[in-house]
Write a protein that binds this ligand. Structure first.
Ligand code: SAM
Ligand code: SF4
Ligand code: SF4
Length: 346
């Protein structure tokens, strides 16, 4: 009997269970200042990592309960060996309307076509600067060329909806927004500017470094002229805009104008903890019941009742705090590494 019904599963704020980020690994081959600025990290033990079969089992139950959009992320998802095999498993789930990937692009040149052939629908590549020296100082790796090659490979697959994610940081890359838009045009990718967030892992965050949605629009408007809002198509967090030459771009204003009231998103970590909010303290352990032989019905019940009790609105709560500063200290992150953005899946 199918658990999926026409009535969506909703939380206490009337938000449906619709979109899922699956973090396939907490490892990463970059060390972006706003995500992994420390010298060392505590990793998920290998024995705790879900196998592809276990992930697919949980995803099948989540799809039955309403998930329609799934994004593979990490850490760096392309570090997970044979990711195309997992894409193939997820692509076979008929309830999924949208299957996408967020990657730093370093390893993408070699596998973009394989992922497209396996059934991936869309690719988003993170790229914060087009200047090699800046890239190196931001990520501690001298690898901008690999990312650019990855973007070209993603474009060559012909998959629609190629996107570039750019975290905007004051004094770092706020003078490159026009160049990034122009680069996006040249590779037929839509750029999405993301406000710098005080998530776990961003241990150097300060409000002064946040470039707000309003400032981003002003900076771009000065160069391009009048910018119009684009029609909203779904509950996606990016607000979309159109330049006078019809170029579209997005802004994700998670820090200054959060969108928690319509958030249908949850996150599954590589070791099977299910988080109902990016800022949530605790995840729901789905691995133990899975590995202890609980029935699918029993696990579905855990998922459904957790969603029905969901009250989270983490970014709105953060916005209400006066004199906001770093969310979690380095010492707490060491003890509770699931609070890290790269562990819970950005
Ligand atoms: N490693 C992959 C990547 O970088 O695309 C996927 C995981 S990463 C955590 C997902 C997204 O989160 C990236 O686009 C990254 O820029 C964004 N991100 C990480 N830390 C952030 C922060 N402090 N504020 C805003 N966005 C952040
Ligand atoms: Fe950078 Fe993504 Fe790695 Fe975080 S997980 S350090 S954002 S590449
Ligand atoms: Fe959703 Fe939490 Fe992000 Fe708000 S802070 S948009 S509730 S994940």
């Amino acid at each position: 009997m199918s658990l999926r019904s026409d009535t969506p599963l909703i939380d206490t704020r009337n938000r449906p269970l619709r979109s899922l980020r699956v973090s396939v690994t907490d490892r990463c081959n970059l060390r972006c200042q706003y995500c992994m600025p420390e010298e060392d990290y505590v990793w998920i033990p290998r024995r705790d990592l879900l196998s592809f079969e276990e992930m697919d089992n949980l995803v099948a139950l989540l799809v039955e309960l309403g998930i329609e959009r799934l994004r593979l992320t990490g850490g760096e998802p392309l570090l997970r060996r044979d990711l195309a095999a997992l894409v193939k498993m997820f692509a076979a789930r008929s309830g999924l309307r949208d299957l996408s990937l967020t990657t730093n692009g370093i390893l993408l040149a070699d596998c973009a076509q394989k992922l497209a052939d396996a059934g991936l629908h869309r690719i988003t590549v993170s790229l914060d600067t087009l200047q090699p020296e800046r890239f190196k100082s931001l990520t501690r790796r001298d690898d901008l060329g690999a990312v650019l090659a990855g973007i070209q490979a993603a474009r060559a697959t012909g998959l629609a909806g190629l996107k570039i994610n750019t975290v905007v940081m004051r004094g770092f890359n706020d003078d490159e927004l026009v160049e990034l838009i122009e680069f996006g045009k040249s590779v037929e990718a839509e750029v999405r500017f993301i406000e710098y967030m005080d998530v776990g892992g961003a241990t150097g965050w300060s409000p002064q470094q946040v470039v707000s949605r309003g400032e981003i629009l002003e900076l771009l408007g000065r160069h391009y002229g009048a910018i119009e809002p684009a029609q909203r198509e779904d509950r996606a967090p990016a607000e979309r805009f159109v330049l006078p030459d019809s170029t579209r771009f997005g802004i994700v204003s998670s820090t200054t104008a959060p969108f928690c009231s319509s958030c249908d998103r949850s996150r599954l970590t590589a070791d099977g903890l299910w988080y109902l909010c990016l800022y949530a303290d605790q995840g729901i352990d789905l691995t133990s019941p899975l590995r202890n032989g609980a029935s699918n019905e029993a696990i579905s019940l855990v998922i459904a009742s957790a969603w029905q009790r969901r009250v989270d609105r983490g970014a709105e709560d953060r916005l209400a705090i006066p004199n906001r500063s770093v969310l979690v200290s380095v010492s707490t992150l060491r003890k509770q590494h699931h609070l890290e953005m790269h562990t819970r899946g950005g």
